[in-house]
Design a binder for this molecule. Sequence first.
Ligand SMILES: Nc1nc2c(c(=O)[nH]1)N[C@H]1C(S)=C(S)[C@@H](COP(=O)(O)OP(=O)(O)OC[C@H]3O[C@@H](n4cnc5c(=O)[nH]c(N)nc54)[C@H](O)[C@@H]3O)O[C@H]1N2
Ligand SMILES: Nc1nc2c(c(=O)[nH]1)N[C@H]1C(S)=C(S)[C@@H](COP(=O)(O)OP(=O)(O)OC[C@H]3O[C@@H](n4cnc5c(=O)[nH]c(N)nc54)[C@H](O)[C@@H]3O)O[C@H]1N2
Ligand code: SF4
Ligand SMILES: [Mo]
Length: 731
Amino acid sequence: MAATNSLKEIQTTCCYCGAGCQLLFTVDPAANKILDVHPVQGRTNDDKACLKGWYGWDYLNDPQIITKRIREPMIRKHGKQSPLEVVSWDEAIKFVADNLTKIKQKWGPDSILGAGSARGPGNEPNYLMQKFIRACIGTNNIDHCARICHAASVAGSMQTIGEGAMSLSIPEIEDAEVIFNIGYNASASHPIVSRRIVRAKEKGCFIICADPRITETARIADLHLQLKGGTNIALTNAMANVIVNEGLQDVEFMKAHTKDFDAFWEIVKDYTPEYSAKITGLKPDDIRLAARKYASSKHSVILWGMGVTQFSQGVEVVKSCCSLGMLTGNFGHYACGTGPVRGQNNVQGTCDMGVLPNVYPGYQSVTDPKMQEKFEKAWGAKLSNKVGLALTRVPERVVHEKDPAKQIHGYYIFGEDPAQSDPDLEELRETLDKIDFVVCQDIFWNKTTLHADAILPGTAWGEHDGVYTSSDRGFQRIRKVVEPVGNIKDDWEIISLVSTAMGYPMKYNNTEEIWNEMIDLSPKFTGATYEKIARQGSVQWPCWDKGPQDKGTMYLHEGGKFATPDGIGIFKTSPYHDPTEVENKDFPLTLCTVREVGHYSVRTMTGNCRMLRNLEDEPGWLEINPADATVLGISHKDIVRISSKRGKVLTRANVTERVKKGAVYMTYQWWIGACNELTISSLDPSSSTPEYKYCACKVEKIGDQKWAWEEVGRQYADLRTQMHINKELSA
Ligand SMILES: Nc1nc2c(c(=O)[nH]1)N[C@H]1C(S)=C(S)[C@@H](COP(=O)(O)OP(=O)(O)OC[C@H]3O[C@@H](n4cnc5c(=O)[nH]c(N)nc54)[C@H](O)[C@@H]3O)O[C@H]1N2
Ligand SMILES: Nc1nc2c(c(=O)[nH]1)N[C@H]1C(S)=C(S)[C@@H](COP(=O)(O)OP(=O)(O)OC[C@H]3O[C@@H](n4cnc5c(=O)[nH]c(N)nc54)[C@H](O)[C@@H]3O)O[C@H]1N2
Ligand code: SF4
Ligand SMILES: [Mo]
């Protein structure tokens, strides 16, 4: 629809995945209504968007399907048992500030933890969130959902190639000659990145897909390695073994740019294709073919996702993937390298902003005295040099820690829903209820807000300005499309008010002022001014210089110079070990948890978009192989009960050949069929990322399907009551 004089056209970046698609909204400002949206030309998306880009903004109309917008600040005035009451902003801010101050005085700064948000808010409020936790509270206990996502990619890449982000850019993918896609399902997770994989195929690229499921990428792959879940490292080690034994490595590149090959070979030498085949269930010749193909080009790209990182051995697999790149000279030029494709719209950005327990903004270490001094001076506060707590360690420091002096007593949760997205939800709920004071700053009622002592309502994507960082290090603007409704404030303003009330004043007039403070403190980002981002559409970091000649960086490690302190890449890998909880007599199947294309993470947003809800709704699905379904007497679309050592839920069976016998899959988007009631909180020792992709489970037939559907209906109604909805559920 063309904009008339009274209508406005506003371009912004999509708020769902890290592909960073550009969308153009047509708005009627007088009615405060969105009339139309369509994708427009952007660096990463050309002029395309997926169904979430087209239909994912309806939550701004608050249709109240699974939950509803929070429009007023609320507090529990008289302790945990008292109801949440609507109060003024002044009262809410004072209540939060007083309670956090009391906890800080009694138990010290390290008894408080803050969680930032990789979603709607954008970079500026996250910069303020970590500044608040560090400078006002006085601790590095600041983290966010990258922990449960790509933290393993950051840790593993840092230890080998020195930089945790994608080394290449999304558009380069289509010019790869070989793609090794491992544990990544782009067609569901990043459809517009998936389009680049399809285009690569059209241009003649050889695609290897390592995934236990037949995903869409597996379907178009030239070689599908349908390995047993949890065995990635046995595959990547074997590929390295073949490359070296057949003399396919790039000796020149290795000599000039890498070290520690001997220690790497000590491990890899045992991983012959025959040995690996016993662990992975693959054919030795398929492993050989994968290795030969990968080593055959200087335009080989490795793309990976949660099927690599969400294991207790995730970091090791990342190191092994980076080592494959070094072994074959696939770094430092166009269309090669490593692509840990960051999931959320702004998870790269939230890491960039230092919402991590070990680094300030711009990846500057909290343990480096020079950095500490620099930030102390800039922020006018004494800072801690102790690395903070990872958010997945909170239950350990609450329910499993007996000494109150070592416990977490205050948890400020900004734009995350751990009571839906963290593993082992029963333990998580117990944790939230034991913490003295929980603050939730969100846009919707979610499962975590039910445990909050104070709720601070923020504006949503579409209602505020800022900058997001796409998966490939690209800063892009987001813009206000409609005016917010209700007694709500921008996230950056809420954090500033709480900090000021606690005696550490923060005064900003807009997001650009915050951004300018941040880029001046972060050399890698310094050149990325609002003006440059607007002019170019996107600025990829590193961008060191404000001048027009520094346009940003398309790919990293130019000429083989790695981001390690001495510029040399370090070979690393590990031997294979089993996941923590394997199938057994009581729980004979394995459970892996993945994603839905039409719904997003905890679903507060896509669950409240009418088009998307009509595609898929509660209680979600369980993918199960026909052979397992037959033995259990389960038919397609039956409601079934699935349980693990930790809990049980109802969901529907999707009987499909796409999954292997013995392994079942759920998507983590569902609130009734909530798979995190079942998952295990076992963590990778170095990244603290949970093993969401593997635990033991049992699936049971339910004889009385009429009862089962009624039970799902009751649970849905109860959920909607808990989320304060009194509207009828529309058909
Ligand atoms: N079983 C299983 N669990 C998983 C995973 C899995 O694969 N399997 N994946 C994990 C991964 S990779 C991730 S990243 C996490 C994601 O988990 P979360 O980060 O918890 O989920 P999100 O849906 O991204 O958003 C969290 C909250 O942000 C709020 N929000 C959105 N925009 C704004 C805003 O502008 N301001 C404020 N204040 N709030 C806002 C939303 O309403 C929502 O409540 O889940 C993890 N959980
Ligand atoms: N529609 C939609 N898009 C999203 C999200 C969403 O919730 N909905 N979430 C966003 C977020 S937060 C993230 S992090 C990204 C994640 O996006 P992806 O990384 O694609 O995440 P998953 O789908 O969880 O897992 C990827 C694949 O790993 C495979 N896998 C499981 N176990 C193994 C194994 O042992 N080895 C190998 N090789 N593969 C295995 C699974 O079968 C699955 O196909 O998606 C983002 N995009
Ligand atoms: S691919 Fe990702 S960024 Fe693009 S429209 Fe879809 S959800 Fe939005
Ligand atoms: Mo994620």
